[in-house]
Design a protein around this ligand. Structure first.
Ligand code: 26V
Length: 812
């Protein structure tokens, strides 16, 4: 390992600059310098990485195989510097070279290989496992283009490709020599083996290569470096041969492109599965590579696969990787001569499933026509698993044929399709939701028959977030304040934040806490100015709603609140001087095909243009909507926030993880009784959380009774005035119909009951303003939010999975 000294660091850095980038310092670009710096830091991690691999292989313990189609990693450099404790040395060393670490950091384009919560959770989990010294391999896809870059053109979202690899990819280690072949299409044949047993042979029609790219996953100051292995698709030799033989060069090159398309781009939809063939190809591609990789590369050559479950436990991050189940069956039966029962015995011990949603339309169902065409052998195996499972159902519930049909993995309407959540549930040892309420609703509403049949299969693991990235790295000033008060142990033992509780009543601490918040706001102000040309006013309550744009998350409710305040000032119902100075920050990407979400973004931007320049408001209300919300921006935004908006319709947000990040950074939450909000409120205390709106049973009741949003419009004058102002064309340059789709959707349908919760929301915002006016009381609440949120560390989530699901433990 290079030496932990400034001199040693400088030597290493200049060496990398000269030999890797091939430039001398005086001629190097900022990108050269960033790439050399990344290589330098990697060198410090290398020995630990190799040693981790050796140690884990030798110990022959159980590894966690985290299977996820998404990893929303965020920038790597800072995290690597933190894990190696090199920040200070790097700062000094670079300064000796006349360079500034902060400038080089800005060069990095974050790997945005995920859509939102689910992908970010995967990134937090692998960070925690490394920090807790648990062997884990994260498996996924190396998308050439991650989540699109969002820009606004005249207030409308426009998507640009995310070219995260364009300027070099210093964090990855490709291993083409360890490529894996993946087959697709064709048909199956029956034949009789040498032992007289009937066998099946899959005769595929085409194949691609999966090339593994390894990424380091460093634990925090503990010497462990786990691996994230992402697969990239490449054409196989067969394609090259075609080029050689067929003479149709152009056709052959097109075929090559076809193969490489598989890992080309992340699908930006995260709620309505499009049933696209390419997406199914992606899912099978990375899962087939990952299973083969573990067996071939990680296990001893003579390992008896009957004992596979002793060495790996696969976690299915939603249903996206569940095709791994029939794939493992196929490997064991067709390639390793297992009987069906032997194969099922092993397979059913290897998988556990996490569900991340409750929206019925987000549950994946693959048409049998498509699945059968792309993966004929897997389709057969799924039918057979289903048959075996339905026999079990009939035995457990004799005569209840309706139930058996309900529980079938094969849906008959609107077309024949495989219900991937059912397959996941049947094949898994444990099924978990991601917050207490969500797990309960999963049992009661999504999978009631299954939880009745196997009550012990269902469990909850409440999500968490990594305190390394989302406190220590993103909020260094708060981190120092905490460490000064209670010592540094909290970074890996977040429940110790409890020790801060008494400080909520210590005047000097409260002053220092406010200074931290003010400094974080100043940092954000500078960033938004430079990044987006946005001016954040001083002294405002900073009210932040950042998350994917979805109707169920109700960005429209937040918008109605702003428009309502604005309308009251315009119409003279309240004086501008009586409005609490407030800046609302939105950050949100909409799926490119999600019209309502895109219209909502447009509306927010149009309202912003009007409100921000209205002289009547006297600068007391401001909307900021920086484009392209991502992990990098979150790290600056969250530490600056006063108020965290978590306002989904109760029963819709599985957990939320942004809510946890805000609380840990000293923002107060205004939120519904939904997802992990329930647990946040219970832990931080009622008084320090602004609850509003219907709870889940009330939502269900109103839905059953028949919800009519028009009633709320007619009976609530302020709500009416607010919607009428939008309908008048006030925000749409006089075109009164521009936002008809959004407004009439609220008035006529309002599936997520924003109008029903409007009054209660506005009332709760009143309480926010009251508390904010009392600086001491607000600070006290904010400190208590930090002190009482230690439970939401992803280290705790990982401990729960280890004990209750994976039955394994850290390496000693
Ligand atoms: C679903 C789909 C559906 C098919 C099209 C592609 C696609 C891609 C991703 C997803 C997953 C969406 C589910 C999701 O992200 N759920 C979020 O998971 C978070 C972590 O558990 C949780 O905090 C959020 O409440 C939940 O919405």
């Amino acid at each position: 390992m290079p030496s932990h000294s400034v001199d040693g660091f400088v030597r290493e850095f200049l060496h990398e600059l000269n030999t890797n980038q091939g430039v001398m310092l005086s001629r190097s670009s900022a990108n050269d310098q960033y790439l050399a710096l990344a290589s330098t830091v990697k060198n410090y991690l290398m020995a630990r990485w190799l040693e981790t691999g050796r140690k884990t292989r030798d110990a022959k313990t159980k590894t966690v195989g985290y299977l996820s189609a998404e990893y929303l990693l965020g920038r790597q450099l800072d995290n690597a510097l933190l894990a190696t404790d090199l920040n200070e040395i790097a700062t000094k060393g670079l300064a000796l070279c006349g360079l500034d670490l902060a400038t080089l950091r800005e060069q990095e384009v974050e790997p945005g290989l995920g859509n939102g919560g689910l992908g970010r959770l995967a990134a937090c989990f692998i960070d925690s496992l490394a920090t807790m010294d648990v062997p884990c391999i994260g498996y996924g896809i190396r998308y050439e283009y991650g989540i699109f870059r969002q820009t606004f053109v005249e207030g409308r979202q426009v998507e640009q490709p995310d070219t995260w690899l364009a300027l070099g990819a210093p964090w990855e280690f490709p291993h083409p020599e360890a490529s894996v072949q993946v087959n697709f299409g064709g048909h199956t044949e029956k034949y009789v083996g040498a032992d007289g047993r009937e066998r099946t042979r899959w005769v595929p029609a085409w194949n691609v290569l999966g090339v593994p790219y390894n990424y380091m996953v460093p634990g925090y100051l503990n010497g462990r470096v786990n691996t994230l292995r992402l697969w990239s698709a490449q054409a196989t030799k067969a394609f090259d041969l075609q080029i050689f033989n067929s003479g149709d060069y152009a056709q052959a090159v097109r075929a090559q492109t076809f193969a490489e398309n598989i890992s080309k781009v992340l699908y930006p939809e995260d709620s309505t599965p499009q049933g696209k063939e390419l997406r199914l190809q992606q899912q099978y591609f990375f899962v087939a590579c990952s299973l083969r990789d573990f067996i071939d590369q990680e296990l001893e050559e003579d390992f008896d696969l009957h004992n596979l479950a002793d060495r790996i436990t696969y976690q299915l991050n939603d249903t996206h990787p569940v095709i791994a189940v029939p794939e493992l069956m196929r490997l064991l039966i067709d390639e390793h001569d297992f009987s069906w029962d032997e194969a099922w015995e092993v397979t059913s011990k290897c998988f556990d499933y996490t569900c991340h949603t409750l929206l019925p339309e987000a549950l994946e169902v693959w048409p049998t026509e498509l699945l059968g065409r792309l993966l004929p052998r897997h389709m057969e195996i799924i039918y057979q698993i289903n048959e075996q499972f339905l026999a079990e159902v009939r035995e457990a519930f004799p005569g209840d044929e309706i139930r058996a049909r309900r529980m079938s993995m094969i849906a008959e309407f609107p077309e024949r399709g495989v219900r991937m959540a059912y397959l996941s549930t049947v094949a898994s040892s444990k099924v978990n939701g991601v917050a207490e309420l969500h797990s309960q609703l999963l049992r009661d509403k999504v999978l009631p028959d299954f939880s009745e049949m196997w009550p012990e299969k269902f469990t909850n693991v409440t999500n968490g977030v990594t305190p390394r990235r989302f406190v220590k790295l993103s909020n260094p000033k708060l981190s120092n304040l905490i460490t000064d008060a209670i010592g540094p142990g909290w970074v890996t033992d977040l429940e110790r934040l409890k020790e801060l509780e008494p400080y909520a009543d210590v005047p000097e601490f409260k002053v220092a806490f406010r200074e931290v918040k003010a400094a974080n706001k100043a940092r954000l102000t500078a960033l938004l100015k430079q990044r987006d040309g946005i001016d954040l006013p001083d002294g405002h309550l900073l009210d932040v709603m950042v998350k994917r744009l979805h109707e169920y998350k109700r960005q429209s409710l937040k918008l109605l609140h702003i428009v309502s305040l604005y309308e009251q000032v315009l119409s003279g119902k309240i004086a501008a001087a009586d409005v609490t100075p407030r800046t609302v920050v939105f950050g949100a990407k909409a799926a490119p095909g999600y019209k309502m979400a895109k219209d909502t973004i447009h509306l927010i931007n149009m309202v912003a243009a009007k409100v921000n320049s209205a002289p009547e408001i006297e600068g007391r209300l401001k909307i900021a909507f920086p484009a392209n919300y991502n992990v990098t921006l979150a790290e600056k935004l969250i530490p600056a926030a006063d108020l965290s908006e978590q306002i989904s319709l109760a029963g819709m947000e599985a957990s939320g993880t942004g809510n946890m990040k805000f609380a840990l950074n000293g923002a107060l939450t205004i939120g519904t009784d939904d997802g992990a909000n329930v647990e946040i409120r219970r832990l931080v205390g009622d008084k320090h959380f602004f609850l509003f709106g219907m709870n889940e049973p009330q939502v269900a009741e109103l839905g059953a009774k028949g919800y009519n949003p028009g009633d709320y419009y007619e009976s609530n004058q302020q709500l009416k005035a607010t919607l009428d102002l939008i309908l008048s064309g006030h925000f749409s340059d006089g075109d009164p119909h521009l936002f008809d789709a959004v407004v009439y959707n609220l008035l006529n349908q309002d599936r997520f009951m924003a109008l029903a919760d409007f009054d209660s929301y506005v009332e709760a915002q009143g309480k926010v303003e009251e508390r904010y006016a009392d600086e001491e009381a607000w600070t006290r609440s904010a400190i208590l939010n930090v002190a009482r949120s230690g439970y939401f560390s992803s280290d705790r989530s990982m401990r729960d999975y280890l004990q209750r699901i994976w039955h394994t433990s850290p390496m000693i």
